[in-house]
Design a protein around this ligand. Structure first.
Ligand code: ATP
Length: 222
């Protein structure tokens, strides 16, 4: 049987926007993923709680956003778990849920540079290949000192670039660099527009824009 490839895209998704969907679709194509799980953080250890709408709203918006995308799925695994959402625990849980699947932990380059501040980031590599996509507006230099320091922290001496390296050649623990089309959208930018009373419909899936309007979310400045 051909191997089964599962991508995991964690985030606060506060709210989910078109940049997240483009990123996930790019990873799906480049890595030949059968499924990408969007995993909204329940209680993210990293982001100020005041700016976060409740997890159930963020999960509902993720579910609406992925509805028209075969292969993209919302996962409640972190919001169902009490306490802070540590990604290494999530990946370990999913590895247990999907024995035999090859796991890819997906992220934008800004998140990659943040990894040393996470709890036990090296544990992610015990279960998954780490896949990093370029992000719009970032000054990310994959060979620069900041990226090199993170690779070293993860016990890697360099990137595996996809292409030319094929997804099936990637082992758990390796760091894959995947070129993705940059999309200049950020959740912070969306929140700021909405709090200013402006529309952010051009940056959101339509059903998400409607959900935000129906529930009166993000009306107050954070
Ligand atoms: P905020 O602006 O609130 O920090 P965010 O969209 O950057 O939000 P998350 O929702 O946590 O933050 O992002 C989830 C993942 O998506 C991260 O790995 C992040 O790097 C990536 N990502 C977010 N926006 C984009 C984008 N426009 N292009 C590519 N990747 C993105």
């Amino acid at each position: 049987m051909a191997e089964w490839r599962l991508g995991i895209l964690g985030g606060t998704f506060n709210p989910i926007h078109l940049g997240h969907l483009v990123l996930a679709e790019a990873f799906r194509g480049r890595l030949g993923l059968d499924r990408v799980l969007f995993v909204p953080a329940g209680t993210p250890p990293h982001k100020p709680a005041g700016e976060l709408v409740p997890a159930l709203h963020r999960y509902a918006m993720v579910s609406l956003a992925v509805a028209g995308h075969p292969g993209l799925v919302a996962s409640p695994v972190e919001i169902d778990r009490a306490g802070p959402s540590y990604s290494a625990d999530t990946v370990e849980t999913l590895a247990g849920d999907w024995p035999g699947a090859r796991l890819f932990f997906l992220m934008g380059s800004d998140t990659f540079l943040d990894l040393p501040t996470w709890r036990t980031p090296e544990r992610l590599g015990a279960f998954a290949t780490l896949a990093v996509g370029y992000r719009a507006g970032s000054t990310f230099d994959p060979e620069g000192p900041a990226a090199r320091a993170v690779l070293a922290r993860l016990g890697r001496s360099g990137w595996r670039r996809v292409p030319p390296v094929a997804a099936e050649a990637l082992a758990p623990g390796e760091c894959a660099l995947v070129e993705t089309q940059p999309v200049a959208v950020s959740a912070r930018g969306v929140r700021e527009r909405l709090a200013a009373g402006e529309s952010a419909r051009d940056q959101l899936p339509q059903a998400v824009a409607e959900y935000i309007a129906d529930h009166g979310l993000y009306r107050e400045p954070a």
